[in-house]
Ligand binder design. Sequence first.
Ligand code: NZQ
Ligand code: ZN
Length: 389
Amino acid sequence: MLGNFAYCNPTKLYFGDESLQYLKNELAKYGENVVLIYGGGSIKKNGIYDEVTEILKKAAKNVAEISGVMPNPTLEKLYEGIEIARNHNADLLLAVGGGSVCDYAKAVSVSVNCDEDPWEKYYQRFEEPTCDIVPVGCVLTMVGTGSEMNAGAVITNRETKMKIGHVFADESIMPKFSILNPKYTLTLPHYQMAAGIYDIFNHICEQYFSGEDDNTSDYISEGLMRSVIHSSRIANKDMQNYEARSNIMWTATWALNTLVSRGKSTDWMVHMLGQAVGAYTDATHGMTLAAVSLPYYRHIMPYGLKKFVRFAVNVWGVSEEGKTDEQIAEEGLYAMESWMNELGLVMKISELGVTDEMVIGIADATLTMQGGYKVLNHDEIIGILRKSM
Ligand code: NZQ
Ligand code: ZN
């Protein structure tokens, strides 16, 4: 751990199949005006909406709703939610859903009391809030993003075809509490479950594949990756396996709650490529990552060979005997590819709706990060996207 850093994560977590009972205690800490935020209706079908609204009623809350928050929430939808939260004098924003709903709640939270345009302020100039924020609480129903315990909020501007994530530096933007009930994730379709699993795995990779120092964060990351691989194989065969799904849920939170990024420069290039693909196609986040990952990692492998060897041995159990470093590293990526195929992940961006004509636009919309093993130039980005077709 050669760097200097601070660590603080104020989100209180309640985990387990009885965790919703703690919502009552949390609600008591806030004023009466609650805005309940949710997605396209899955929570109405599986009964979570009824359970939550019952608790809100018993707590005598005055509730307004923002419904229909779509996967990859849009700027237009954000403007709508800001108005609702303002008119309701919101004391608490209660997000019930996946990463999209949690992210959206955070974006509303920093915008309700702000006179400036949120897109300009937070997604173009990347400023921190200069106004009072409205507290956010989450009841998580989809696993992957880590949004339940971080300060990230990704918003898509459909007009300019930009999908941008702002990870706020101010930890007060992290949810005040999050309720993680693995049972709630059992109604997810296989496609979403698999996408979420790859999202978790890639969050860890993005932090792991950077830096050269001997760093405790890398050891924690390897343990988290092994847990995801193990539990995902069980859940893939038996989606109703509570134990596997609970491990996946807990791992997702620790994969992106700032813990394993301590002392790391971090990469995030797969996410930049995936987000640009998402801006053009509105595809499921985890699948956009899966489809660009192998061409990207094969491209940067020579620049971070030592770490790719370590990844192969410690995460995938590749034996080193009689092999060159290149062979070991390649075997690691091959093992990762087999696992991805086993999960049924989308491995080509063309299957997500990307056409040859879109490639240059997607490359232009890809932000370049500096923290990984190779800072990509525009031609390299185009090359990786073409290999992902
Ligand atoms: O809208 P409903 O009807 O609820 O359906 C959702 C949605 O269609 C459905 N779903 C959620 N829980 C369910 C369920 N269906 C059945 N049963 C349940 N229990 O799943 C679909 C996907 O939900 P969504 O919230 O969009 O998925 P996810 O959690 O993957 O969130 C994706 C968003 O998070 C951003 C992504 O870019 C994307 O916009 N990210 C946020 C990050 C962060 N805050 O740090 C980091 C990530 O890298 C990511 O970028
Ligand atoms: Zn992600």
